[in-house]
Design a protein around this ligand. Structure first.
Ligand SMILES: C[S@@+](CC[C@H](N)C(=O)[O-])C[C@H]1O[C@@H](n2cnc3c(N)ncnc32)[C@H](O)[C@@H]1O
Length: 184
């Protein structure tokens, strides 16, 4: 129960700041997407964007991907995501908690979670939930906010996940580490 209280606080904080999210963070987030999409081809893939926020990622992948589902706890950010995804025809948004994704095992080919894990009380548990909804040959992309994790903690989290580290980016221009994970 304490866990949900923490999550609700975070949800309320994002609801309150939704209006200024893009103005504050769009550029920073787009740099992370660019770095990541150098490593991953999303063409024809079924994608989940966990903690999708206002849907900034949609514009970068929707024209190539088969389908994108955005999931977030913040209703106000999701309202923006819905607008951002409207014109593509293959973007859907759902309000849900990253730790309890309302999808069957192995439904997606790629799961992204950009700048999300620092909000979750048990990131290791969240990571295993992200992996649950990916196909065996699929990939999970997570970023670790540097000021929340630190390199050692983030690497521990990745190593203890039992997944294979496909690629890792630690670039000075990004405030996150970017990790791509696949089946061991
Ligand atoms: C820093 S924002 C990143 C948003 C987006 N990924 C981006 O690249 O702009 C973190 C997002 O995680 C969402 N979030 C926080 N806790 C969550 C949870 N338990 N389940 C799903 N989303 C959550 C927030 O509402 C917010 O949209």
């Amino acid at each position: 129960m304490a866990t949900w209280k923490e999550k609700r606080k975070i949800m309320q904080r994002y609801d309150l700041t939704a209006e200024m999210y893009d103005e504050r963070y769009a550029e920073e987030q787009r740099r992370k997407y660019c770095e990541t999409l150098r490593e991953i081809d999303v063409t024809g893939k079924v994608i989940l964007d966990v903690g999708c926020g206002s849907g900034l990622l949609f514009g970068q992948v929707a024209t190539k991907a088969e389908m994108i589902v955005g999931v977030d706890v913040s209703r106000n950010l999701l309202a923006k995501a819905k607008v951002n995804g409207r014109d593509f025809g293959n973007v859907f948004v759902v309000q849900a908690d990253a730790d309890f994704l309302p999808f069957t095992d192995g439904f997606f080919i790629v799961v992204f979670a950009f700048t999300v894990l620092q909000n979750l009380p048990k990131p290791a548990l969240t990571l295993s939930e992200l992996w649950r909804v990916v196909r065996l040959e699929g990939l999970v992309v997570v970023t670790g906010l540097k000021k929340a994790f630190g390199l050692e903690n983030f690497m521990d989290l990745l190593e203890n996940s039992g997944l294979r580290l496909v690629s890792f980016v630690d670039d000075d221009s990004l405030n996150c580490y970017v990790a791509v994970l696949g089946a061991a």
